[in-house]
Design a protein around this ligand. Structure first.
Ligand SMILES: [Zn+2]
Length: 169
């Protein structure tokens, strides 16, 4: 390894550290929340990946020589890797809570959606049961025990469904 390549490596390392630290400084001045640091890193990751894509494109179209391409790509990959690492270190605590909260919220939403029709069904069957059992209302009329239709007290069969009407004792 020549001194030149060691110096290049060192300068790249310093560059990466500066690039990674820069959003943190800018960040802490404006907004001290740790989640925004993550957003910065995410944006940085996107930006670096976009740069890599652009670099690949330039190389593919022959706009830059192999040597410059390799050097720049190594540099960009180092930044991307460092950004991903930083994201990994940040990403274990806060987002886990977020995900848990989101899952819980989603479950609650499903629950409340499932509950209302179920309650409606219960309400309907309760009314049906009431209608079935409420046979005599007054002396003149009662209700069919099968379909709940109003039938005359003197009727032997339900006019609606043909069910035999039980004669009240
Ligand atoms: Zn009936």
């Amino acid at each position: 390894m020549s001194i030149g390549s060691i110096l290049l490596g060192l300068s790249l390392l310093i560059l990466v550290v500066l690039i990674l630290a820069q959003p943190f400084w800018a960040q802490s001045e404006r907004e001290p929340r740790p989640r925004s640091r993550k957003q910065q890193l995410l944006m940085q990751k996107e930006a670096v990946l976009e740069e890599i894509r652009a670099l690949d494109f330039e190389y593919d179209t022959g706009k830059i020589p192999e040597e410059a391409y390799q050097a720049q790509r190594t540099e960009l990959m180092a930044v991307a890797t460092a950004t991903l690492k930083a994201l990994d270190e940040l990403g274990t605590e806060a987002p886990a809570d977020d995900v848990a909260a989101q899952i819980e919220a989603a479950i609650n939403r499903v629950r409340s959606q499932k509950q209302s029709p179920a309650q409606a069904v219960t309400a309907v069957s309760t009314t049906a049961t009431v209608a079935k059992t409420a046979v005599p209302v007054n002396g003149a009329s009662k209700f069919c025990t099968e379909c709940g239709a109003k039938v005359d007290a003197s009727d032997k069969f339900c006019a609606a469904c043909g069910n035999k009407i039980a004669v009240p004792a």
